[in-house]
Design a binder for this molecule. Structure first.
Ligand SMILES: Cc1ncc(COP(=O)(O)O)c(C=O)c1O
Length: 414
């Protein structure tokens, strides 16, 4: 490129979307060989057994019944009052910690992560997350002049690496007065890993230690996939631990309607704040409103209405939960086939607890994914490994995939 028009600070901004490229290759193979023969493991949305993106039936029923005014009317920048109340309930279910809470409606979970970064880290700061991460975190930080720093998610025993977490937090706080820590759990993308309640105790001990030394710590828990992580209150048991934290430990949750309501394209989510300080929550609401107004102005009103309509009607809520459980069980069945076969053929897999994705660690993911094309298997080659979207591969296509990945890795490793 020889002609530039972007501001100097923006030159060269480019998203390297390996998932999209892998998806395009899969679609081309489907055209050539037919859908039956191709395993498209690149998709990040729940697919039914015919591999069509599935909508929860109760969501479709209620969404179609909403009046046109809900689709065309502006909403307040912070979100509808009822939505802001109900999305807090959806975040915590019966595991609500003690403390002041508030929610700001956001353009999906992505919007929630975006405004968390802008408001709770300084320009030039390091924001900390796990090495196994959603790659968009890097771009979201770079977009607003922050750097993403990572710590090793797993230790040698394949458990949460509290040593790495603790030393990374300490190193960053040598240079910064405050830190934003982003943890995508449960059902981590791209691994399906989750922190246990004990891991959370240790994480909070580290945070308390630094807070006592005068540091300010914000933890953003990205719960994008929580609806497909297990029984709703069991997978939220860690949330109670955030009760009565010191004033300078602030906890945020990035909530997404994309997966929980299968409304990926409708762009609705929320940033939920929890603090023992009412001032912190008041400031959060003002800052959130400002960010919303200047980023997307206001979000999809119909999606917000839908969440409230369903959550305020016990019959509809029961339907939603039963349907989500059905999707969750289907994903579990698909993942179980892969994990059993992986064990049998001694394929190294990142510990999977639940969620849309499973990852196979390797330093040669691009070459291995290329090799897998010989078997008409298409997966996402991430920096740290191969990601499989078990959310969208029907069980009958899952058999044999682990063995073929093992073979491809052996072939490219020589
Ligand atoms: C880890 C993680 N967080 C947040 C999101 C945000 O999704 P959305 O903006 O569609 O709500 C995603 C979507 O893929 C994700 O994988």
């Amino acid at each position: 490129m020889s002609t530039f028009m972007t501001a100097a600070s923006r030159e060269g901004k480019k998203i390297n979307d390996v998932v999209f490229s892998a998806g395009a290759a899969a679609r081309a193979a489907i055209e050539q060989y037919g859908k039956e023969k191709v395993v498209n493991a690149t998709v990040g949305c729940y697919g039914d057994d015919d591999e069509n993106v599935a909508c929860l039936p109760v969501v479709e029923k209620v969404y179609r019944s909403l009046p046109m005014s809900d689709f065309i009317t502006y909403a307040p920048p912070v979100g509808l009052e009822t939505y802001r109340h109900d999305v807090i309930d959806a975040t915590f279910e019966d595991q609500r910690p003690e403390g002041y809470t508030a929610a700001v409606a956001t353009a999906g979970g992505t919007g929630a992560v975006h405004i968390a970064i802008t408001n709770y880290s300084e320009v030039g700061d390091k924001v900390l997350t796990t090495d196994w991460r959603w790659a968009v975190y890097d771009n979201l930080c770079a977009e607003v002049g922050r750097q993403l720093a990572t710590f090793a998610m797993l230790d040698d025993t394949r458990s949460f690496n509290i040593e790495s977490f603790s030393s990374s937090v300490a190193a960053i706080l040598q240079e910064q007065d405050s830190i934003l820590i982003m943890l995508n759990t449960p059902a981590n993308n791209p691994t399906g890993f989750a922190l246990s309640d004990r891991d959370w105790d240790e994480v909070l001990d580290v945070c308390r230690f630094h807070e006592k030394k005068g540091k300010r710590i914000t933890i953003l828990v990205d719960i994008a996939y929580i609806a497909y992580a297990g029984e709703k209150n069991e997978v939220r048991s860690f949330m109670k631990k955030f009760s009565n934290l010191p004033e300078h430990i602030f906890v945020l949750f990035a909530y997404s309607m994309s997966k929980a309501f299968t409304l990926y394209g409708q762009r609705a989510g929320a940033l939920v704040g929890l603090s023992s300080s009412q001032d912190v929550i008041r400031e959060f609401e003002e800052a959130g409103k400002y960010s919303a107004r200047t980023s997307w102005s206001n979000v999809n009103r119909a999606a917000m209405t839908l969440l409230s309509v369903i959550r305020r009607d016990p019959v509809l809520l029961k339907e939603l939960e039963a349907e989500e459980t059905g999707f969750f069980r289907t994903i579990c069945d698909r993942a179980a086939i892969f994990m059993e076969e992986a064990k049998a053929c001694e394929l190294n897999v990142i510990p999977y607890k639940a969620g849309f994705f499973i990852s196979v660690p390797t330093t040669v993911s691009a070459a291995a994914c290329e090799k897998l094309h010989d078997d008409l298997i298409f997966a996402a080659p991430l920096a740290r490994g191969i990601r499989l979207g078990v959310c969208s591969i029907p069980a009958y296509k899952m058999s044999g995939v682990a063995g073929k990945i093992k073979k491809a890795l052996e072939a490219v490793n020589g």
